[in-house]
Design a protein around this ligand. Structure first.
Ligand code: BMA
Length: 316
């Protein structure tokens, strides 16, 4: 059945496994980008001991590769949690990193969590060695805003998935919104973008950093549906108007990847394929998606960019 998916799995998946990092129980849901012709993943590692060199909880590490398949993971955590305000008062949850390159700077957003709720924290790097925190940029519960890679009509733009913990007949559970900012810190002009619209994402849908194409802004999304076995996470894609991205001009009705292989069906959280982004290669007409499988390991799936855009436009 999976031959029909737009994204095809790399045959030797998973490409990064817990065994690749001493002491890890899981390596998953990575931010992804290109830097100096290398593929960079920001991998989230959760440790068997529950801590890593004195750091509690998960740590985030730079993994780099020349061929996009074999990665070297830096054992030094990339995100160093600052000891001053406003960060001192909140708990960190450095997983699910979303990376957006704007001019020469790579912006990294990840969630904070804990008693104060779950919210987005913005930071930046120019070299994937030094990272600097900038500001908390969303209220709870809104964990990982995704930035567009350039200003649109003079403003920075982002997509959010604010989260309603208790849905009812009047309020959906997980819709996406869009907003703009003059400086990446102060955000406003919030507008609704898209509600859950299809069977594989009836419960909630969530964004990744949009990719500019000639046909519109392409965004890989995740969709969550529920069954007697709990949540199931699949991937789809939408297309937004280049000038006015609040206008959704296409979306895949079908998922483009869903849990099917054993490493996606079983693991720390069963039935999950989850992505924090995608890497386009326009010359090769290819999109690469590094995705977390069952919150345990990382798989790679690739597909044709033009086929994906077409599927959005034709609502396949
Ligand atoms: C989401 C994120 C993902 C994870 C998924 C399933 O809320 O936290 O990192 O893959 O849940 O656990």
């Amino acid at each position: 059945m999976y031959e029909e998916y737009i994204l095809k799995r790399y045959p030797d998946n998973p490409i990064i496994k817990p065994e690749d990092f001493p002491g890890a129980e899981a390596i998953f849901n990575c931010g992804q980008t290109m830097y100096q012709e290398k593929t960079i993943l920001l991998v989230s590692v959760s440790h068997r001991s529950g801590h890593y060199r004195g750091k509690k909880g998960a740590t985030t590490h730079v993994a780099e590769s020349r061929d996009g398949i074999h990665f070297k993971i830096n054992s030094e955590p990339f995100l160093q949690i600052p000891d001053d305000e406003p960060y001192k008062s909140v708990d960190f949850h450095p997983i699910d990193t979303r990376i957006t390159k704007i001019e020469d700077t790579y912006y990294v957003i990840h969630p904070g969590c804990g008693a104060w709720g779950t919210f987005g924290i913005l930071g930046k790097t120019n070299d994937f060695k030094k990272h600097e925190y900038i500001e908390i940029i969303s209220l709870p519960d809104n964990r990982v805003p995704c930035l567009f890679p350039e200003k649109i009509n003079g403003k920075y733009v982002r997509v959010d998935r604010p989260y309603r913990v208790v849905p009812n007949e009047l309020h959906e559970f997980g819709n996406m919104w869009i907003s703009s900012s003059p400086d990446l810190i102060h955000w406003g002009c919030h507008r609704p973008l898209l509600k859950p619209y299809t069977g594989w994402g009836t419960t909630k849908i969530g964004p990744t950093p949009p990719i500019k194409t000639n046909e519109g802004w392409l965004m890989i999304i995740h969709g969550v549906s529920q069954s007697a076995s709990g949540f199931r996470y699949a991937l789809g894609a939408i297309l937004m108007d280049l000038e006015n991205p609040v206008k959704v001009i296409g979306k895949t009705q079908s998922f483009i990847l869903a849990p099917y292989e054993q490493y996606e069906l079983t693991g720390i959280v069963a039935n999950v394929v989850f992505s924090c982004g995608a890497i386009p290669d326009f010359a090769k007409d290819q999109i690469r998606v590094y995705y977390g499988a069952a919150d345990t390991c990382i798989g790679l799936a690739t597909g044709s960019l033009s086929e994906l855009i077409d599927a959005c436009k034709k609502e396949l």
